[in-house]
Design a protein around this ligand. Structure first.
Ligand code: SAM
Length: 267
């Protein structure tokens, strides 16, 4: 682990400490970006609901553990708790940890909520049925380190669901001026974020020794010129929905703004 990777994590942490309000309200937002975030969580939860805990037994029979990494304001962690999982949630930002604690308190729910860096999860090997990392691994200089760490803490047969922004998204292909503007200036957050395609995610899964059981792209659009949207957000969201319904999965995997990978630890 290099000093520059540590410095990068520190910059991300400082930045997210200033963005707690954004992540507390994003699931009620109406912009195209807010929609992609909301859809991302819905699709990840569909995977959890479809695949379930390792044994397949009803959750009420025995406690099943789930870990949400980079938990932000805690919405995914709470959704897992509401499904009956015994939840742990970690984030590198103290502000986000306070927000997640507040989210659980407001819902009258409980969780193990800890300040931690996803490169060193404070858990034993073979602990969780599910590990989720929504919009998390792209904040490391080497996202593969996180996928390996998620695999370590999964029980054999357990699943991870990880997401990443897709470098080949249709929105970039339709707006080369916007892409050029983005490349010319420094990143607005002060640090670069990784864009990971479907094939890069498959490579990370292979490196971590987990089997990919699903890869999905979602969020088709929006149509922009020089980063300025050409259509109202509501129209772009409707178009994205109908594209997701009608395009083959292999196209969504190429064109989606965001990628979701579900992978299983062998055993
Ligand atoms: C884009 S937000 C996503 C929040 C949440 N997963 C969601 O989808 O609502 C990214 C989160 O990852 C956290 N994060 C970034 N780098 C991290 C690291 N090295 N370890 C743990 N959390 C990290 C940030 O503090 C932030 O809360």
């Amino acid at each position: 682990m290099s000093a520059s990777a540590d410095l990068h994590v520190e910059k991300v942490r400082e930045n997210y400490d200033t963005r707690v309000d954004q992540w507390q309200t994003i699931y009620d937002g109406e912009s195209f970006h807010d929609h992609v975030i909301q859809r991302r969580m819905d699709r990840c939860l569909e995977a959890v609901d479809t695949l379930g805990p390792v044994s397949g037994k009803p959750l009420s029979e025995e406690s099943r553990r789930a870990l949400d990494v980079g938990c932000g304001a805690g919405q995914m962690a709470l959704a897992l708790a509401q499904r009956g999982y015994e939840v742990s949630a970690v984030d590198v930002s103290e502000g986000m940890i306070e927000a997640t604690t507040a989210t659980f308190e407001a819902a009258g729910a409980t969780a193990d909520i800890q300040l931690a860096d996803m490169r060193h999860l404070p858990y034993e090997d073979d602990t969780f049925d599910w590990v989720s990392g929504l919009g998390a691994i792209e904040y490391l200089t080497d996202p593969g380190e996180a996928v390996e760490e998620f695999a370590r803490v999964l029980v054999p047969g357990g699943h991870m669901v990880v997401t990443s922004p897709n470098p080949y998204r249709l929105a970039f292909a339709l707006d080369p001026i916007g892409v050029a503007i983005g490349l010319l200036g420094p990143p607005p957050t002060g640090y670069p974020r990784q864009y990971l395609s479907a094939s890069t995610l498959r490579g990370l899964a292979e490196r971590a020794g987990v089997e990919v059981v699903g890869l999905l792209g979602h969020g088709i659009g929006p149509l922009q010129v020089a980063k300025k949207p050409l259509l109202p957000a509501r129209t772009s969201i409707k178009l994205s929905h109908s594209a997701e319904r009608s395009l083959p999965l292999s196209w969504l995997e190429k064109l989606g703004a965001n990628m979701i990978m579900v992978a299983r630890k062998p055993g």
